[in-house]
Design a protein around this ligand. Structure first.
Ligand SMILES: [Fe+2]
Length: 286
């Protein structure tokens, strides 16, 4: 079923923007929302700044994002464990302005196939996946990625998953590069949940693959520690603009990355590492 949405006053396909890709659209990023309205998980174990975070995050979102804007959400959307119980968190998302591009993170146990997600999600939310999709004169795709072998949290479980997750990114990037050449797409946007660099800011095989494929913008999340935010990649490096979107790192406020206009992705220059909420900054300075 084709989803319809409003874009620049013209009805258009929410994914391809077929009828209005020339209209300017602001692109925001906010990852790792960790919505807990569906199952009441106590998030304060991750710090006091997570206490009832949905309300201030909604206020910041509503004050920042307009109905014609786009918000990229690369994973850890909800703590719900099943598609049948995610309702309250999806209602929270649907109540926020703008269109949303979603991909799953390691905590999204409710996430199913893209076709199933299309049935579950409201029209303002578009699921992405490892098959690229045309997007406003460019293309978009997503992969979950994996904690890098040089990261402090790379253990036996990650070691088992790494070859498959790396191969997934390699396959996806190869397809995106081929399709982009063939279709002469204006840009390529990739959403990954796990950071392409490790927690110390080192390049990985995954970041090398992404850079080698000529991806223009790679957004990611997963980092929740101030030292990781400091090490994270934000801005232009190896031809790719990278941006960390973890909600706590961004003080629960969507970050504007630039605009899509006339089939071109125009990104802000001078992006810096997110600093996190005020109390975390103080802790980090100790
Ligand atoms: Fe997370």
């Amino acid at each position: 079923m084709t989803k319809r949405s409003r874009c620049g006053g013209v009805d258009s396909d929410a994914v391809t923007g077929a009828a209005c890709y020339w209209a300017a659209m602001r692109v925001f990023l906010l990852s790792d929302l960790h919505l807990a309205l569906a199952n009441n998980v106590r998030l304060t174990m991750f710090g006091d700044h997570w206490r009832a975070h949905e309300a201030p995050m909604a206020a910041a979102w509503d004050a920042t994002v307009g109905p014609e804007d786009l918000v990229l959400i690369p994973g850890d959307i909800s703590w719900a464990r099943a598609a049948t119980s995610v309702g309250p968190d999806i209602e929270w998302l649907a109540a926020r302005p703008g269109r949303k591009l979603l991909s799953p993170g390691n905590h999204d146990r409710w996430w199913r196939s893209r076709d199933r997600m299309r049935q579950i999600l409201p029209d303002c939310c578009t699921p992405t996946g490892t098959k690229w999709q045309p997007f406003h004169g460019g293309m978009v795709a997503s992969a979950i990625g994996m904690t890098a072998p040089t990261d402090r949290f790379f253990g036996d479980r990650e070691k088992k998953k790494w070859p498959r997750r790396l191969a997934e990114v390699q396959r996806l990037c190869r397809r995106v590069a081929e399709a982009r050449r063939e279709l002469k797409s204006g840009f390529a946007l990739l959403m990954v949940h796990y950071p392409p660099c490790d927690g110390f800011g080192n390049a990985t095989e995954i970041s090398d693959v992404i850079a080698g494929a000529g991806i223009d913008l790679c957004v990611y999340g997963h980092f929740h520690r101030p030292e990781e935010w400091q090490a994270s990649w934000n801005g232009l490096r190896d031809g790719v603009t990278w941006a960390l979107g973890s909600a706590d790192a961004l003080n629960f406020t969507p970050r504007c990355l630039g605009t899509v206009e006339a089939g071109r992705l125009l990104l802000h220059q001078g992006m810096t590492q997110p600093a996190g909420p005020p109390q975390v900054q103080e802790e980090a300075g100790e």
